[in-house]
Design a protein around this ligand. Structure first.
Ligand code: DON
Length: 321
C-alpha cells in the first residue's frame, strides 16, 4: 500500500512536471549539458524513512548547496568568533555572485553568497589542497550516507571560467579577509561546488541537519549540534539570495539552492526535503524546485510560523500514513 506521504510527493511531482519555465545554467559551460526535463523529489525523515519520486537517482553537482555545510565545518574547526571575523550573518539582498563586501565591516555579508563561501573555503582549506577537499567530500559522504565524489569535468569547467569568483577572492585578499593562498581557496570552493549528489543524498544531508547532526539512517554523528542553529539561521535568512525574503514568507523553511538545479529545505527535528530540476529562474534558483517546495510546505503545514504547526506537523502526517 502506498503511504500518504509518498502519495503527496507523487501528486506534487505530477502537478509540476509540465512546468517548463527557466533555463539550465550555462555560465559554467559543463552545467549546460544537464537535461532540463529531469525532475526528482525526495523526503527523508529524522526517523530514517525515505520517500522519493521521479529522477531522484540522477546525479548532478551540488553547487551552492555546499555552502551551509562548509559553513558548518568552519564553525566546528574554528569556533564562532574566529569564523565570524571572516564572514557576516546579514542578508545581502543581492545576487549570489555580487562583487561586494559589507562596507561597515569589509566582510562578505554571509556564507551563502559566493564571497562568503570563498572566505569559508579559505578557512577550511588544508595544505596540500587535496586534503581539505577530501575532508569536505568525506564529511558530505557521512551526511549523505554513501561515498561521494567530485565531477572533474565540472570542476575543470568552473576553474577555467570562474574569473568573477577570482575577482571576489582578490578583493577579499586586498581587504584582509582571506590569506594569500587565493588559488588554493578557490580550488577548495570550486571542488566543493563540483561534488556529485542525487536527490536522496541531499534529502539525507538536510535530514542530518534536521536530526541535530546525526544521520537518521546510519546513526553516525556527522555535525556538531552546537553550530547547527547558526547554519539553519543563515539558511533561513540568506539561503535563496535575493529571493530569500519571499522564500521565508511563502515557504518558511531554512533552505539552500544551487545552480546545478538542486534545492534543500530543513524542517527542524522532522524532515529533510530535496528537489532536483535544472531549469533555473533569473536569480539562479530551480523553478520546479521552488514550486514543489512551496506546495509540499503548504500541504503539510511546514512553514515555521504556520498557525496549525504545533511543532511536529510532519511527524503527525507520518503517523497518519
Ligand atoms: O560560484 C559559482 O558560481 C557556482 N559554483 C555556484 C553558484 C550557485 O550555485 C548559486 N546558486 N544558486
Amino acid at each position: 500500500m502506498i503511504t500518504l506521504i509518498q502519495q503527496i510527493i507523487e501528486d506534487v511531482y505530477s502537478n509540476h512536471k509540465d512546468l517548463n519555465e527557466g533555463e539550465v545554467a550555462t555560465y559554467i559551460p559543463e552545467l549546460g549539458k544537464a537535461n532540463g526535463s529531469h525532475f526528482g523529489i525526495c523526503l527523508a525523515s529524522v526517523d530514517g524513512q525515505v520517500f522519493s519520486v521521479g529522477d531522484w537517482e540522477q546525479e548532478f553537482t551540488i553547487q551552492s548547496i555546499c555552502k551551509p555545510f562548509a559553513f558548518q565545518m568552519a564553525l566546528e574547526e574554528r569556533g564562532r568568533d574566529a569564523t565570524l571575523q571572516h564572514v557576516g550573518v546579514e542578508p545581502s539582498g543581492d545576487p549570489f555572485n555580487s562583487i561586494e563586501l559589507d562596507p561597515r565591516t569589509m566582510r562578505p555579508y554571509n556564507a551563502m553568497i559566493n564571497a562568503g563561501a570563498i572566505a569559508i573555503a579559505s578557512l577550511i582549506k588544508k595544505d596540500p589542497v587535496e586534503a581539505g577537499v577530501q575532508a569536505f567530500v568525506e564529511k558530505m559522504g557521512q551526511a549523505a550516507g554513501r561515498t561521494l565524489r567530485i565531477d572533474e569535468a565540472v570542476l575543470f569547467s568552473e576553474s577555467v571560467t570562474g574569473n568573477r569568483n577570482r575577482a571576489i577572492a582578490y578583493l577579499m585578499l586586498n581587504c584582509g579577509i582571506i590569506d594569500a593562498g587565493v588559488e588554493a581557496s578557490l580550488r577548495q570552493y570550486f571542488s566543493q561546488c563540483s561534488l556529485l549528489v542525487n536527490c536522496r543524498d541531499l534529502a539525507m544531508m538536510a535530514a542530518t541537519l534536521a536530526n541535530m547532526g546525526v544521520n537518521p539512517v546510519t546513526k553516525e554523528r556527522v555535525f556538531d549540534f552546537e553550530y547547527i542553529r547558526d547554519v539553519l539561521t543563515v539558511m533561513f535568512t540568506c539561503g535563496l539570495y535575493d529571493y530569500a525574503g519571499e522564500w521565508a514568507y511563502r515557504v518558511g523553511l531554512p533552505a539552500k539552492s544551487g545552480v546545478g538545479g538542486g534545492i534543500i529545505g530543513v524542517v527542524n527535528r522532522q524532515v529533510g526535503i530535496a528537489v532536483y530540476s535544472p531549469r533555473l529562474d533569473d536569480k539562479g534558483n530551480s523553478v520546479r524546485g521552488i514550486a514543489a517546495c512551496k506546495e509540499i510546505a503548504a500541504h503539510l503545514g511546514l512553514h515555521a510560523f504556520e498557525f496549525t504547526n504545533v511543532g511536529s506537523s510532519f511527524m503527525q502526517w507520518l503517523n497518519e500514513s
